[in-house]
Design a protein around this ligand. Structure first.
Ligand code: GLN
Length: 587
C-alpha cells in the first residue's frame, strides 16, 4: 500500500477501518512535507530557534513554510500563564495568546502567524469532546489512538491546507519522555507513515553536557534521550546538539554511532551571541540542503531568490555583529516585576536589539526593580540614583500593584528630567496616572486595577470588558487599527500615515471623561481607535521623547523592519548619551 492509497483508505471514515484521520477538505496528499522537532534531555534548549532558523532558510529558497507549536499543557491558550514561569505571552494579530516561541517564528520568518500555528492539549481535547458530542466517532469508543492522535493530525493538515505550505514545521513542546506530549509524538509518527517516504524529517534536539569538574563534553544523557525517542518508533534524521562550546568530532561520532544518523547531520548548535546567527550556522553545516534533498523539494526551490535573500540576511547579521561590538552604546532602563527572568520581556529585548542594529550601536539593558521605590520625597534620591545613567526608559506591560508606585515615580522622574520614555500598555496607563497626579492637580488619580475606591479613576476597565469579567481570555486582544493625528511625533515616527496597526492585550483604558483635562495640561493623544473613544498613543510635545501606547509595539518588531517607537527611543537615547548616530545601516 503506498502513501496515497493509505491516505485514501484513512479518509474513508467508516467504522470498519482501524485507520482514523479526519482529513480536512482540500488536503492535497504529497503537497506538504513535514519537519518535526522534538527535544531530549531538557526543555528550553531552543527547539523554536532551531526550527525557525531552518524554516527561514527554506523560506529564503522560495518555499512556503508554516510553523506550528504543539503545547502539552491543558490550558486553551497561553493567556493565563505566568510569564515568570513560561516567558512572555505572545499575542498574534488574530488575538490568539501564545507561547513566546511564536514570537521567534514571526521575527525570524518576518511573517504574521495565526491561531492555526498554535495548539495546546486543551484545544485538542476540546475538539475531541466536541466531535464526540456531535456523534462524530461513528459509535466507537473514543481512544487516544486513533482519535486523539487523529485530531492532532487533523490540526496539522488543516494548517497545511490553509497555509498552502511546502513545509510545515512542527515543534513539539517539552521533552521526549513527558506524559503530556507523548501523544503528539505518536500522532506525528502516524502522520509521517501515512504521508509516506520522503515526507517527514525528524529532528532531535539534545544537550551535550560539559561539567566543569570533568572539563570535557559528555554525551550520555543525549544518547539516552535519543534512544528514548527511538523507542517510540521514530528515527531522527538530524540530531542538533546544544552545547556551550562547539561539539567535538568525538562526541558527534558517538552520537552518530548510537543513533544511525550520519555525521553530516549531527549538528553542533553551540552558544552564540544572537539567535540570528543560527541560520548561518545551519547553512554552514549544509543542513538546509540536506533537508531539501531528503524531502525531495529541489524542484520547488528558487536559486536566484535564495542568493538575493542570503545577501540581505548576511548584511543584517554583519550589522548585528558590528552593533554588538560597537563602542557606541546607550543604556535603556526597563522596569518590571519579572526582572529576574529575561524571557518575560523577550520581545522588548529583541525590539531594542533591532533598533540598535539599525543605528549601528549597542543597546545595553538595565533592569530596574521598582518594588522598593515610590513617588514620595523620601524615596526621590533612590529613584534618581536608579535612573542616573540610563539614557532612556521603558515601562513595559504589566498587571497589578507590585512595583506600580515605583514605576510611577520613574515616569515622574523621566518626564521632569527629560529622559526619553516609552510606555507600553501598563506603562502608557501609568504615564497617564503620573501626569494626572503631578501635572493636572489630581493627587488621587489612579487606575482602578490597583485602587477601586478613589474617585479620580483616570484609567478604568473597558466597558466591553466589564461584561466578560471573570472569564478566561477576557481582554481586548489582537491587532487593531489606530488613527494617527497629523503633525505629531507618532505621525512622524511611522512615516506620516493616516492609520497604523498594532497588537493589544489589555482590560483597562483611559476614561474618556478625563481626556479634556489631560489635554488641557499638555498631553497629546496622537493615536485613537477609529471607531471608539479609546486613547491608544500619548505623547508630550515639549519633551525630547515621551511617548506611550496602549498597544504592544514590541510584538511586531522584526530584524529587517524594526518598530518605529523603539527606533525613536533608541535615537533619542543616543542623543542624550551624546552618541552621534550614523545614517541607518539598513534601508
Ligand atoms: N494591566 C493593564 C490592563 O489590563 C495593562 C495590561 C498590559 O500591560 N498588558 O489593561
Amino acid at each position: 500500500m503506498d502513501g496515497k492509497e493509505l491516505l485514501d483508505r484513512i479518509s474513508r471514515q467508516s467504522d470498519e477501518t482501524e485507520f482514523y484521520t479526519p482529513m480536512p477538505a482540500g488536503y492535497k496528499p504529497g503537497q506538504t512535507r513535514y519537519v518535526v522537532v522534538v527535544g531530549t534531555v531538557m526543555s528550553g534548549l531552543g527547539k523554536g530557534i532551531f526550527s525557525s532558523s531552518l524554516a527561514k532558510l527554506l523560506q529564503d529558497r522560495g518555499l512556503t513554510v508554516s510553523p506550528i507549536k504543539l503545547e502539552g499543557y491543558l490550558n486553551i491558550d497561553s493567556g493565563t500563564l505566568n510569564p515568570f514561569r513560561h516567558g512572555e505571552v505572545f499575542v498574534l494579530d488574530d488575538g490568539m495568546e501564545t507561547d513566546m516561541d511564536l514570537g521567534t517564528y514571526e521575527r525570524m520568518l518576518d511573517k504574521d502567524l495565526t491561531k492555526d500555528n498554535f495548539a495546546t492539549s486543551g484545544q485538542i481535547f476540546t475538539r475531541v469532546l466536541e466531535r464526540e458530542r456531535r456523534g462524530g466517532y461513528l459509535g466507537r469508543d473514543v481512544q487516544w489512538i486513533p482519535h486523539v492522535t487523529g485530531e492532532v493530525k487533523a490540526k496539522i493538515r488543516e494548517l497545511a491546507v490553509r497555509s498552502n505550505a511546502d513545509v510545515v514545521f512542527v515543534e513539539i513542546g517539552g521533552t521526549v519522555g513527558d506524559y503530556e506530549n507523548s501523544y503528539y509524538i505518536e500522532a506525528m509518527r502516524e502522520l509521517a507513515f501515512e504521508e509516506g517516504p520522503n515526507s517527514t524529517v525528524w529532528v532531535a534536539l539534545t544537550y551535550i553536557m560539559e561539567p566543569q569538574i570533568l572539563g570535557e563534553q559528555k554525551s550520555k544523557a543525549a544518547q539516552l534521550g535519543i534512544k528514548r525517542l527511538m523507542e517510540t518508533g521514530v528515527q531522527p534524521a538530524i540530531v542538533a546538539c546544544r552545547c556551550a562550546s562547539p561539539v567535538t568530532e568525538k562526541v558527534r561520532e558517538k552520537i552518530s554511532l548510537y543513533t544511525n544518523v550520519p555525521m553530516s547531520r549531527v549538528f553542533s548548535m553551540h552558544d552564540c551571541e544572537s539567535i540570528y546567527l543560527v541560520p548561518e550556522m545551519l547553512r554552514e553545516a549544509n543542513l538546509d540542503s540536506e533537508v531539501v534533498s531528503m524531502l525531495k523539494l529541489d524542484d520547488r526551490c528558487d536559486r536566484e531568490l535564495a542568493k538575493a535573500r542570503w545577501v540581505e540576511w548576511t548584511n543584517y547579521v554583519e550589522g548585528l555583529q558590528r552593533s554588538l561590538r560597537s563602542d557606541k552604546t546607550v543604556t535603556i532602563g526597563i522596569t518590571g516585576k519579572y526582572t529576574a527572568v529575561r524571557d518575560s520581556y523577550a520581545s522588548i529585548i529583541k525590539s531594542l536589539e533591532h533598533a540598535g542594529v539599525y543605528y549601528g550601536l549597542k543597546v545595553n539593558i538595565r533592569w530596574i526593580d521598582t518594588s522598593d521605590l515610590d513617588d514620595t520625597p523620601a524615596k526621590s534620591a533612590d529613584v534618581a540614583r536608579e535612573l542616573a545613567d540610563v539614557h532612556g526608559i521603558i515601562v513595559p506591560g504589566g498587571f497589578g500593584s507590585r512595583g506600580a508606585e515605583g514605576k510611577i515615580a520613574c515616569v515622574h522622574y523621566v518626564r521632569e528630567q527629560r529622559v526619553p520614555y516609552l510606555g507600553i500598555c501598563f506603562g502608557f496607563q501609568l504615564a497617564v496616572v503620573e501626569f494626572a497626579r503631578n501635572a493636572c492637580g489630581m493627587p488621587a488619580a489612579h487606575t482602578t486595577e490597583i485602587d477601586k475606591s478613589m474617585d479620580q479613576a483616570v484609567i478604568d476597565i473597558l466597558p466591553e470588558q466589564k461584561e466578560i469579567e471573570g472569564l478566561g481570555g477576557n481582554m481586548r486582544l489582537g491587532g487593531r487599527d489606530i488613527q494617527v493625528s497629523p503633525d505629531t511625533l507618532a505621525w512622524e515616527l511611522f512615516g506620516r500615515p493616516e492609520t497604523i496597526h498594532m497588537r493589544f492585550r489589555h482590560r483597562y483604558e483611559v476614561d474618556p471623561k478625563y481626556v479634556p483635562t489631560l489635554q488641557a495640561h499638555g498631553m497629546v493623544f496622537s493615536g485613537k481607535a477609529p471607531d471608539q473613544p479609546i486613547m491608544q498613543i500619548l505623547e508630550l510635545p515639549d519633551h525630547p521623547y515621551f511617548i506611550g501606547t496602549q498597544a504592544h509595539p514590541c510584538l511586531t518588531s522584526r530584524p529587517l523592519r524594526p518598530q518605529p517607537m523603539f527606533l525613536g527611543l533608541v535615537r533619542a537615547a543616543a542623543r542624550r548619551a551624546g552618541v552621534t548616530v550614523a545614517d541607518p545601516v539598513l534601508k
